[in-house]
Design a protein. Structure first.
Length: 308
């Protein structure tokens, strides 16, 4: 091999190696695929709120079990049992409590029995007088009116009878305004004034839930009606030493601001029995604050107490 050929070979060989090193294999195109993310499952629908049903109550700030029981006309010990409360003093805000007996269906209450009206005050029902039969022979005009073909004219239509209006009857025991109707059991409760003294505070549904009777320290406070002591203590702020007497399933009475209490819970008391001594506990003066509640709702005591 000549020198010229050798020189050419040495020049071409590095070029071939360089070309092989710089050439890269062709790669497949990269395709970006969208990432599909699974949507989170929908949140479960909120459970129905129990307190919206009749017979349940949601605890609010400042509530005590005694006040809740008073506002619903129940014994606080029953509410403890219905809700399996370990500590009656440990109730929490937004806690839902049953305030009616478990056997009582939600939204259903025992219907009030309305006493029948006094028949002596009912307007007499006018005696119905029918025309006597006419024995005159049928005339030709009567025969033309015969549509049935029986030979007798069709009777003329009877005029509509006017409804009989009854006189309004006043109940023997008037119920308080906007209060539920009194049941037969409620009507049997006999009332008397719980204390002697001047009435210094009248019933006002928005401000005063009862009446206030002024008196002297130690003056006897009497049960306004026969019943059973449902509460005796000082568990409701603003009432001081308090006695609550239940007279029927629908009616109870409350006696507040006492100096001392003479009865115990669960004790049966008679009408006119001394249950407390008047005082000024949780009050700015010596007085008896007296309430009557019907199914937990404050009603005007003057509608129940006799005149004096």
């Amino acid at each position: 091999m000549s020198m010229t050929k050798k020189s050419t070979l040495f020049v071409l060989l590095p070029l071939a190696v360089l070309t092989a090193c710089t050439s890269t294999p062709q790669q497949a195109p990269v395709v970006e695929r969208p990432i599909t993310r699974r949507a989170p499952p929908p949140a479960p629908a909120p459970a129905p709120v129990q307190e919206n049903r009749e017979g349940y109550y949601t605890v609010r700030k400042g509530d005590t079990l005694i006040r809740i029981a008073l506002d619903h006309g129940q014994n606080y010990r029953d509410i403890v049992a219905w809700n399996n409360l370990a500590n009656p003093n440990d109730i929490k805000v937004d806690q839902v409590l049953r305030v009616t007996p478990p056997e009582e269906a939600p939204g259903v209450r025992t219907a009030a029995v309305v006493m029948p009206p006094d028949t002596t005050k009912v307007a007499p029902v006018p005696k119905k007088v029918e025309p006597k039969g006419d024995k005159k022979p049928y005339a030709e005009a009567d025969l033309k009116n015969d549509k049935d073909g029986d030979g007798r004219p069709d009777p003329a239509p009877k005029p509509a009878e006017k409804p009989v209006q009854l006189a309004s009857v006043k109940p023997s025991v008037p119920a308080a305004a906007s209060a539920p109707a009194l049941s037969a059991e409620d009507r049997e409760v006999s009332w008397m004034w719980p204390a002697e003294g001047r009435v210094v505070g009248q019933f006002d549904e928005g401000k005063n839930k009862g009446i206030d009777i002024a008196g002297r320290p130690g003056q006897q406070v009497l049960a306004a009606g026969a019943g059973k002591v449902m509460y005796a203590g000082s568990g409701i702020r603003g009432y001081g030493n308090l006695v609550i007497v239940k007279h029927s399933n629908g009616l109870l009475s409350a006696y507040a601001h006492n100096r001392s209490i003479l009865v115990k819970e669960g004790q049966s008391v008679g009408k006119g029995q001394a249950i407390a001594e008047m005082g000024d506990s949780d009050s700015d003066s010596v007085k008896l604050h007296f309430e009557i509640r019907q199914q937990g709702k404050p009603v005007d005591p003057s509608k129940f107490l006799p005149n004096r």
